[in-house]
Design a protein around this ligand. Structure first.
Ligand SMILES: Cc1cc2nc3c(=O)[nH]c(=O)nc-3n(C[C@H](O)[C@H](O)[C@H](O)COP(=O)(O)O)c2cc1C
Length: 353
């Protein structure tokens, strides 16, 4: 199984990716949050910092681009190629209102003729640049009925990967991923050379098992919020697969029958090690943001955003989390973090229950 870290604007920038890569393994590729090229023909300093090779040493990165203008896409791709990148990813999934009204991200899906023409021009240009292009898409703008036509369009281009988040734009992150729509992609794609990646609501080993049970041929998954809450999720999924000596559907049953997984002692020790590792990861993030961002206020803003996810990993943490949310000074924040790590236990990762 291959694991990809989803792009998450405002969160999975280079500071986050470096810290994650330092403490957690098994992620094959990290996708950058989107870059939005425009007529200025300049990356913003945030965009540039995020893709600079010296900020991404030893990590496999795919830069993501958000635009509906082929020439802007190709301009950015060329710049990225000059920085050493061989592949770029097209964002056709962003559901945010400001993006969608400009017919970008998931908004572009409502214009299949224009999208087709865009892909034609972009794929020719990418080929001339000697690069690869992958697409990250939702399954429609207003209705999954749009999906079949979109799939037909994608199938005509030499995409290196099609990453499917099976929601429509109007779902934002509500409702459940539409697995019937994903199944259509899996069926249509079985004869094509495009590699298909599933993305959406993989929060636990159990979620992964359910996916594999229905789609046993899955080769790559992309995860976002699940990894933000439990940065070891890919390792845990992979660990289960290795333990059972199989990456086929059915490994899950073998795991449940394995006596070592009913040993409470082992579980407690693993949880304790996991908590220490999470603490080190947290401290590396705090140090990284403190170096990259001026002013404690801005650093705290970033860290608090992360606690929205970390917080869901702890038991009985409401009081300590409230202190984190209220902290406006760094020393108050540090005290609140120390408290949560010393007083609250990590929830049993769902796969360990
Ligand atoms: C805060 C946030 C920021 C996101 N930013 C991006 C982005 O820059 N590009 C993108 O393609 N998707 C973005 N996404 C969508 C995720 O990459 C992913 O498709 C989505 O969260 C579903 O996967 P998950 O259930 O594993 O989190 C973002 C999602 C969230 C919640």
């Amino acid at each position: 199984m291959r694991y990809e870290f989803a792009p998450m604007e405002g969160i999975t920038g280079y500071v986050y990716r470096n810290a994650h890569h330092q403490f957690y393994k098994k992620i094959d590729r990290y996708f950058t949050p989107f870059i939005t090229p425009n007529q200025t023909r300049k990356f913003t300093s945030r965009e540039m910092n995020d893709v600079l090779p010296e900020h991404n040493q030893g990590i496999e990165i795919v830069p993501q681009i958000l635009t509906n203008k082929a020439e802007d896409f190709l301009w950015a791709s060329e710049k990225l190629r000059d920085l050493g990148y061989e592949e770029v990813n097209l964002n056709l999934g962003c559901p945010s209102g400001t993006v969608v009204t400009k017919k970008r991200g998931a908004g572009f899906l409502a214009f299949p003729v224009a999208l087709d023409a865009f892909l034609e021009e972009v794929c020719n240009g990418i080929n001339r640049l000697g690069m690869k292009i992958s697409v990250k898409t939702r399954v429609g703008k207003d209705s999954p009925d749009e999906w079949e036509e979109l799939l037909e369009i994608y199938s005509r281009y030499p995409l290196s990967e099609l990453i499917v988040h099976p929601r429509i734009q109007t779902d934002f992150y509500r409702n459940h991923p539409n697995l019937d729509a994903y199944e259509l992609a899996a069926e249509k794609n079985s004869s094509s050379k495009i590699s298909l990646t599933y993305n959406g609501d993989l929060f636990s080993i159990q979620d992964f098992e359910n996916l594999i049970e229905r789609f046993p041929n899955t080769e790559t998954v992309m995860m976002g919020r699940g990894l933000l809450t439990n940065p070891a999720l890919a390792e845990q999924i992979e660990g289960m697969q290795e333990k059972c000596g199989s990456s086929e559907a059915g490994f899950c049953k073998a795991r449940r029958d394995d006596p070592c997984f009913s040993e409470k002692e082992n579980e407690e020790k693993e949880k304790c090690d996991e908590k220490q590792r999470l603490r080190k990861f947290h401290d590396a993030l705090l140090a990284g943001y403190s170096e990259a961002i001026p002013g404690d206020r801005n650093v705290l803003f970033k860290m608090k955003e992360l606690w929205f996810y970390f917080g869901q990993a702890f038991e009985n943490d409401e009081k300590a989390l409230k202190q984190i949310r209220k902290a406006v000074k760094m020393d108050v924040y540090r005290d609140a973090v120390a408290k949560i790590f010393s007083e609250c236990e990590l929830k049993n990762p769902p796969g360990f229950q």
